[in-house]
Write a protein that binds this ligand. Structure first.
Ligand SMILES: Cc1cc2nc3c(=O)[nH]c(=O)nc-3n(C[C@H](O)[C@H](O)[C@H](O)COP(=O)(O)O)c2cc1C
Length: 360
């Protein structure tokens, strides 16, 4: 199986092409520090060719949801060091996903501080989970030009911290309506300075952040996750193909480890302008390894690799529920079902580290 064949990204050889997709599990302590259970959770999944960590808040400003871990305090870095050590001891590789939620956040989850965003436009028709229950999104505070420069420096510092914590590389969370996606989306960004307006201007933030990540991490150690056809968190654009074509052409010039693209995931039949297959729309623009994601199974993943449309496939829910997913794919055996009630919370091992391995 091609899925189980090694591949080299940058100067690192991965033992297979199965990537564990980044998954927020909301199990850090109230200071954003991960616990020994998190170390065990990732170590259990070290047979993935590459693990991408859950989103790590790059600063306190970046926080959107309760109990999500950070990478900006010494205690947080020390917690992640234990995780990366355990993954490496199990012969795995792990990248850190760097996260800033922007307007997809709530002040109740961040000590009363209002969320920040490219523009003061709230997410409509969706709710956000807070420690006090579900709530409407607030109108975020517009980032000043100087504040944008500070966020870019925070991403740079987070990359330094991630490497200090022993991660093998970093991934920018540029998908699913979080901060970089908000800058890209005309519906969330009505700025009139060089970070808003034209496609080039709306892409500037993401490109400047990626320049920092590649500068610090070095060639082949920084990737980016994008979701060109996902309208979640109020994301909307009049010409997503032109936008992502420009962005991907520019990203392709950088010394990246990979580009990680999500397929639409939600029904988009009524939105003709959004590509239904992102590999068909954008694959020709990408010369780095392409990780494809969302909804793949053993067979559809193997097929897309065989067709040469992607080089790796990431699996979210399947890795969450099956710590030994590569071995299960090799044997073509039964899979555990994910416990959806416990995806984002729990506090103990249930639905986290208690998914059974295959019995020998
Ligand atoms: C519990 C859960 C948490 C997630 N958290 C993140 C996250 O922190 N960062 C991210 O980029 N995607 C996140 N995702 C999306 C996954 O990375 C992936 O894109 C999605 O699950 C689709 O892949 P799948 O069909 O293989 O599950 C999350 C998904 C799940 C199920």
């Amino acid at each position: 199986m091609k899925l189980l064949a090694p591949i080299t990204i940058g100067d690192q050889t991965l033992k297979n092409r199965m990537v564990m997709a980044p998954m927020t599990r909301s199990r850090a302590d109230s200071h954003g520090v991960v616990t020994p259970l998190t170390t065990l959770y990732y170590q259990q999944r070290a047979s993935a060719g590459l693990i991408i960590s859950e989103g790590l808040n790059i600063s306190s400003q970046a926080i959107g949801l309760p109990f999500t871990p950070g990478i900006y305090t010494p205690e947080q870095i020390a917690g992640w060091k234990k995780v990366t050590t355990a993954v490496h001891e199990a012969d795995g590789r792990i990248f850190a996903q760097l996260w800033h939620t922007g307007r997809a956040a709530h002040s109740a989850n961040k000590n009363g501080e209002l969320p920040v965003a490219p523009s003061a436009i709230a997410i409509a028709q969706q709710q956000v989970y807070t420690t006090g229950g579900w709530s409407s999104f607030e109108t975020p505070e517009e980032l000043s030009h100087a504040a944008i420069q500070q966020v870019i420096r925070d991403y740079r510092q987070a990359t330094i911290h991630a490497l200090e914590a022993g991660f093998d590389g970093v991934e920018l969370h540029g998908a699913f309506g979080y901060l970089p996606n908000q800058f890209l989306s005309a519906g969330a960004n009505n700025r009139t300075d060089e970070y808003g307006g034209s496609i080039e201007n709306r892409s500037r933030f993401t490109l400047e952040v990626m320049m920092q990540l590649t500068d610090i991490a070095g060639p082949g150690k920084a990737g980016i996750k994008l979701s060109p056809s996902i309208l979640y968190h109020g994301i909307a654009d009049s010409d997503p193909v032109a936008l992502y074509s420009y962005l991907l052409r520019e990203l392709d010039k950088m010394p990246l480890a990979y580009i990680h693209l999500m397929q639409p995931m939600f029904p988009i039949d009524e939105f003709d302008r959004y590509p239904k297959d992102v590999t068909a729309a954008f694959g020709h623009l990408i010369h780095h390894p392409l990780i494809i994601n969302a909804g793949y199974t053993r067979d559809t993943a193997e097929q897309i690799l065989q067709e040469g449309k992607a080089q790796l496939v990431s699996f979210g829910a399947l890795f969450l529920a099956n710590p030994d997913l590569p071995e299960r794919f090799r044997l073509n055996t039964a899979l555990n079902e994910p416990d959806r009630e416990r995806m984002y919370s729990g506090g103990d091992e249930k639905g986290y580290t208690d998914y059974p391995f295959l019995e020998n």
